[in-house]
Design a protein around this ligand. Structure first.
Ligand SMILES: *Cc1c(COP(=O)(O)O)cnc(C)c1O
Length: 318
């Protein structure tokens, strides 16, 4: 638990480059969450790596073919469509080519079951404040497979990553494993909130969480199909649960931000992404099926009566 997802991504990309030297290519998804791309661009701009962009995971084999890839950075779940990648298959593919994998779990951790160890993932980062419920602006988390635990120093060395912080030794000595990655004084209040959430998660069986999330999102999709037919809204996420992550995205041509704002006004919490998507993110520990019925009834009413056109919804805050 440390810093933000962007910062942890930076640390682990640098760590992967060092662990897999002299290779220096980072494979990056072209349409990834912008901050993830910015982090990689910054590393390349500093002369520490070369970027190779892919448009989708299907292009990974050709990106790996030259044999020069140090690390492949992948979103387990796409932040817009919610499309989920096959972690086991892509880890195997990267490993065959001698590349490490670095997964961003921001839109899957706390929603669907993830098996980093079992699928052989090398590195991962993720957001604390989404499904994991660390609270607004809560810290991020990172994961390093034990086989890379002592692959080198972190890119940013600080006293909180020292093997013996309060010895105040003059020289840096990395703490074992992932404990070397925290840098400076942590935001203690924010971490206490995350720790409280973690205490709840500790008792959650991942398979039960996954089943519950599946039931919620399948129900949501069924409700949209049956209640909102012909009202101009379309499923923009994969239909099969195994290919979907935490949220369900819907397409609403041109006016998605207004529609989202109208829903928020009626107490339905969701987000919009330009130009035309709204995202519902049912939470396996919090959302009930009854919530979904109420949300879709509200959605249907707004669409049928076109009340989302009310000018007061023209200033989106989500
Ligand atoms: C939410 C999210 C982030 C958040 O990054 P911060 O640096 O913690 O603000 C990063 N990447 C992805 C894919 C996200 O969905």
């Amino acid at each position: 638990m440390a810093d933000s997802t962007s910062v942890n991504l930076y640390k682990l990309l640098r760590y992967a480059l060092a662990a897999n030297a002299p290779r220096r290519v980072i494979v990056v998804e072209r349409d990834v969450f912008p901050s993830n791309r910015y982090v990689a661009e910054g590393i390349a701009r500093a002369g520490l790596a070369t970027l190779r962009f892919i448009d989708s995971a299907d292009q990974l084999p050709s990106a790996l073919a030259p044999g020069d890839v140090a690390v492949v950075a992948l979103s387990h779940v796409d932040y817009r469509s919610s499309e989920r990648l096959d972690m086991a298959a892509l880890n195997a593919r990267a490993r065959q080519a001698g590349a490490l994998t670095l997964w961003d779990l921001s839109h899957s951790a706390g929603a669907v079951a993830i098996d980093l160890r079992g699928t052989g993932a090398d590195l991962a980062v993720g957001c604390g404040y989404k499904y994991l419920c660390a609270g607004p602006g809560g810290p991020s988390f990172l994961y390093v497979h034990p086989r890379h635990a002592d692959a080198g120093w972190p890119a940013v060395c600080g006293w909180m990553g020292h093997a013996a912080t309060f010895d105040f030794a003059p020289e840096f000595r990395p703490a074992p494993g992932a404990d070397r990655f925290p840098v400076g004084t942590p935001p203690v209040l924010a971490q206490a909130a995350f720790a409280a959430a973690a205490a709840i998660w500790r008792d959650v069986d991942p398979a039960a969480m996954d089943a519950r999330h599946r039931s919620l999102t399948d129900t949501l999709i069924d409700l949209i199909d049956t209640q909102c037919e012909g009202l101009g809204i379309e499923l923009a996420s994969p239909r099969a649960h195994a290919r979907r992550g935490g949220h369900v995205a819907l397409q609403f041509a041109n006016a998605a931000p207004l529609l989202a704002q109208a829903l928020v006004h009626h107490g339905v919490v969701l987000s919009a992404r330009k130009p035309d998507a709204i995202r519902f993110a049912p939470h396996p520990l919090v959302t009930t099926h009854a919530h979904l019925w109420a949300a879709v009834a509200c959605l249907r009413d707004l669409l049928q009566r076109e009340t989302w056109r009310d000018p007061r919804f023209g200033k989106p805050s989500v």
